[in-house]
Write a protein of this length. Sequence first.
Length: 501
Amino acid sequence: MKHLKIFDTTLRDGEQSPGCSMHINEKIELALQLEKLKVDIIEAGFAASSEGDFNSIATIAERIKDCTVASLSRALIADIDKSYQAIKKAVSPRIHIFLATSPLHMQYKLKMSEEDVLKRIEESVKYAKTKVSDVEFSAEDASRSDRAFLAKAFEAAIRSGATVINMPDTVGYCTPNEMYSLARFIKENVKGADKVDLSAHNHNDLGLGVANTLAMIEAGITQAECTVNGIGERAGNASLEEIVMAVNTRPYLYNAETRIKTKEIYKTCKLVSNIIGVNIHPTKPIVGANAFAHESGIHQHGVLAKKETYEILSPEAVGIPENKIVLGKHSGMHAFAEHLADMGYHEISGEKLQELFGEFKRLCDVKKSVSNKDIEALLTNKSLEKNLLYSLENFVINCKKGNAYAAVSIKCGGDAVKTVIQDGDGPIDSAFLAVDRIVGKSFVLTDYGVQSVTEGQDALGESYVRLGLEGGESVIGRGVSTDVIESGILAYIDAVNKLLA
Ligand code: KIV
Ligand code: ZN
């Protein structure tokens, strides 16, 4: 059975999509989670695109030990230099070069002839090879390229030292049959194709990203490029969790296996959803809230009689926490720490563990039962990498219809606590305005939402806000509490901390 490499591009192609931009600390946290998930390659960004991208790639390259770290580059010396500078400290660095090969892109976008494109591929791949041994070449819009020319382009890349050749369906235009046939064609007709990894990179414009990738795996490719939750340009990229679980469920069909720790899938999907502030749709395969729910009587009967009647994979296999009561108010810190380790959070210790334990105890006082889902939600509040300039000390809200007063106290920097009283249109409005006054800035709020973590009246509420400074980029803030107003204020302060960090 062949080893299928999983190339995760959530931090590059995923982050490129509108509304999905991530703060550097969030990128690092996600990269560390991708390493735990055991993807083979993390595409950490596009070094030449911005200083922020460069810095986060460089940090990720230094911290990741068990995955290849890649940076995207146009086929330009300056881009390749930037990529190299960003990834040079990685244990296993890769430069990923792309250049379009379709007539449409070459004529209208690049204004380059076929000869120019072939020459540029050779020059750029050869140059990248002087920097690192692992060089990927992607023929952008490969699926709409002339096949004979595409083969020449890949041969030029392989001759120049490329170790991976990637054939993207950049605009999500093709069908599984077409992508199968393209992969076979390249495998059988490109000189040297047997010496390199052949790779798929499919966008989802017609909802075929995963299907196209699976067809190419059947055709014999050895690397699948994908993103967590399928985020990415326009309708997104092929989703990592769907590809992995399709292969994992029927490895003999695909004659392939991955090294992914499937029990880390749910945690990774939830982390991405938290970072970008987009909830996982209930019917999303693998990780949606309904993915394992059996509503109809016939199905319930079947599952009770034998699970496999209607379940082809189990929630445990992808690490979905059981919604059962786990610990109570009499549990001690030791039991709590052990339970966290059972949930896969081995690294939580010291001050962070103490704080989390305190929050858990407070939750036990207000909630009848505390489940794994609640603990996961508390962890959302306690991201490892957060730098807390401001933290909520206390608040009181007094409101009647259409009018409210909030008294909010916030710990600023060291120990100084500032309190202001502020009116507003409602409890959330007055509380958010109070935070603005304490911080001394006027933030632009473009989105706010709240959802419950578990069922029941005493469920935790999880709030998110999208917040920015006038004319600047926006960030997502998250907060969790049994009190939805408090979760909103926590989310707002979380976003303020990110913006000002
Ligand atoms: O979709 C695409 O073609 C890409 C390339 C840069 C690999 O993202
Ligand atoms: Zn892409």
